[in-house]
Design a protein around this ligand. Structure first.
Ligand SMILES: [Zn+2]
Length: 317
């Protein structure tokens, strides 16, 4: 550790990693068309301040809003073999991976972390839809297993945020094998008597819905999220019938018993704290700051100053 590593390198890195280019300063809401200032939008966890539409949020931003004071520790995920099938469509699979890594700044489509929410220790993992559609490959399988093992080891509940277009076709049958693997991981939590809470976000589809995203003790969803195995278009073409309004959306699924709750992203943290503390048989969280110490006790530890100190109230004009 010296002056170069402590001071110069972070400065250089910050200059080259600055992403705030002018065209990113404003973002248009896909739903109502309102132009939203980027800072206002990120302060509101990417929820439109005008219509409440939930836009995409990265796992890292989500964790910063979720954990107490935005503090969390990443859990290391074992790396799988890269491109075992030597898959190629219009592009080679490793090239697609590199492009996704460059675009998102993340290694893969899932982030695992430990930390506290409302002073309640948890393990959390979140899937990134912007990384190849959040597709479930071997890495995502490994991430869920690592998260479950960490939860069992630390004896903490696991909260999983799902978002996926399904299995990663570039890994063929190896991606489908993640369905039973992650099901076993969830079973480990159940055998340890630990709560497993799934927050389904837009969109959660395919093999993800058919495995770990539907095995929670409690299923919460963000408003208007699409949650399905096969999408509405495929179903419409197959049965040749018009589907009802809001079909496979969070509110429809809540009405039909597939979900326990639909909760806005801005309320999610408080909701998770309440549910987790209830399931762990802990007293409810203390809201706001803890009460200040009694004035007498506070004064005892402070040396009495020789002259009266001018404060805002006593300061003469
Ligand atoms: Zn809007």
């Amino acid at each position: 550790m010296n002056w170069i590593t402590n001071y110069v390198r972070p400065r250089i890195n910050s200059i080259f990693s600055r992403r705030e280019v002018p065209e990113n300063l404003w973002k248009k809401c896909d739903e109502c068309g309102t132009m939203l200032f980027h800072r206002e939008l990120s302060d509101n966890q990417n929820v439109c301040t005008n219509c409440g539409h939930h836009m995409h949020i990265t796992p890292r931003d989500r964790f910063e809003a979720l954990f107490d004071a935005g503090v969390f520790a990443e859990v290391k995920v074992p790396e799988p073999v890269v491109d075992p099938l030597k898959f190629r469509d219009q592009k080679r699979y490793p090239d697609r991976m590199r492009a996704a890594q460059k675009k998102t700044g993340e290694k893969e489509a899932m982030l695992v972390a430990t930390g506290e929410i409302g002073r309640t220790p948890i393990v959390a993992c979140a899937q990134d839809f912007s990384f190849m559609g959040g597709s479930m490959g071997m890495y995502v399988g490994n991430a869920i297993i690592a998260a479950a093992q960490e939860a069992v080891k630390l004896h903490r509940p696991l909260v999983l945020f799902s978002a996926a277009g399904g299995a990663r076709m570039q890994e063929g049958i190896l991606s489908l094998m993640q369905m039973p693997r992650t099901t076993v991981a969830v079973q480990m939590l159940k055998e340890a008597g630990l709560p497993y809470i799934v927050v389904l976000t837009h969109p959660t589809t395919g093999g993800v819905t058919a495995s770990y995203a539907m095995l929670g003790d409690v299923h919460i969803s963000e408003p208007n999220a699409l949650i399905c195995f096969a999408g509405p278009r495929v179903i419409e073409q197959t049965i040749r019938e018009k589907l009802p309004d809001g079909f496979q959306r969070a509110e429809y699924l809540l009405d039909h018993g597939m979900l326990d709750r639909v909760v806005a992203r801005t309320e999610m943290r408080a909701e998770l704290i309440t549910i987790i503390r209830m399931l762990l048989n802990l007293p409810p969280q203390v809201h706001g700051d803890l009460p200040a110490p009694e004035p007498v006790a506070a004064i005892e530890n402070v040396e009495t100053p020789s002259e009266p100190v001018a404060t805002a109230e006593t300061k003469p004009e």
